[in-house]
Ligand binder design. Structure first.
Ligand SMILES: Nc1ncnc2c1ncn2[C@@H]1O[C@H](COP(=O)(O)OP(=O)(O)O)[C@@H](O)[C@H]1O
Ligand SMILES: [Mg+2]
Length: 219
């Protein structure tokens, strides 16, 4: 390589640099808007990098990740007692989705219902929100390829809550968008609380994952 060439900026890497910069800020924006709790956000990278690959937590995480993002509208229900790392797994999944430019959103069930209830006395309608949460993302329009609803056990299980959840999950499935529901309840209870329709869709498209290992909090 000549001195002249060495001193000339390579136009290709210059372009690549600009691309990397845009993609980095796009990933950062998606991650920041995802709604993942800060505590779980902060540990997501370290846990992804250092977690024992032979652990059951890792194989469960990897299994779910490998079955998402196929544009088939997969539904997973993750159950298990407190502290087994369900929310952390959700955070790690969202992080990988963002790093691969697939938008993902995280909400606790109680927050989701509070947002929907707030439409009761405002001009925006509940259906507009349900539409927005169920439609395919285009560009950076804040819609989610993956939607995670955590702490499902905190619902009151009213008819309205069940109907709304069915609408969201069903419409996302129809639009080939993935959904993960997380609950601390036992697997045997979810037939009643989450309902047979979502459970049979989950059986067909993703699965019901029981986290039966020990709590990380007890270690
Ligand atoms: N794979 C993991 N390795 C190490 N610590 C973890 C892992 N998963 C979760 N934790 C930690 O354990 C605690 C409980 O995890 P969390 O995801 O909140 O549990 P859950 O949602 O099942 O109640 C958190 O402090 C979390 O950061
Ligand atoms: Mg949790």
């Amino acid at each position: 390589m000549t001195t002249a060439e060495t001193n000339t900026k390579n136009p290709v890497s210059e372009e690549q640099y600009k691309y990397d910069d845009v993609s980095k800020s796009r990933v950062r924006g998606m991650w920041a808007r995802s709604g993942v709790p800060h505590k779980h956000m902060d540990s997501a990278k370290t846990i992804h990098e250092t977690m024992d690959r032979d652990s059951i937590w890792w194989s469960t995480y990897e299994y779910i990740l490998n079955n998402l993002g196929k544009d088939s509208g997969s539904i997973f229900i993750i159950t298990g007692k407190r502290g087994v790392g369900k929310t952390q797994m959700a955070a790690c999944i969202v992080r990988i989705m963002c790093l691969t430019f697939r938008s993902a959103s995280y909400r606790r069930a109680s927050d989701m219902y509070a947002i929907l209830k707030a439409t009761f006395d405002s001009k925006s309608s509940e259906l507009t929100l349900i539409d927005r949460w169920s439609e395919k993302p285009k560009g950076d329009d804040n819609k989610s390829r993956l939607m995670i609803i955590d702490d499902m056990q905190d619902r009151a299980n009213s008819d309205w809550e069940s109907r709304t959840l069915n609408q969201i999950v069903d419409r996302r499935y129809g639009n080939c968008l993935d959904t993960i529901l997380i609950t601390n309840e036992k697997r045997t209870n979810i037939q009643q609380t989450i309902g047979p329709s979502i459970i049979s869709r989950a059986d067909e498209t993703g699965g019901i994952i029981e986290c039966t290992w020990d709590s990380f909090r007890a270690l």
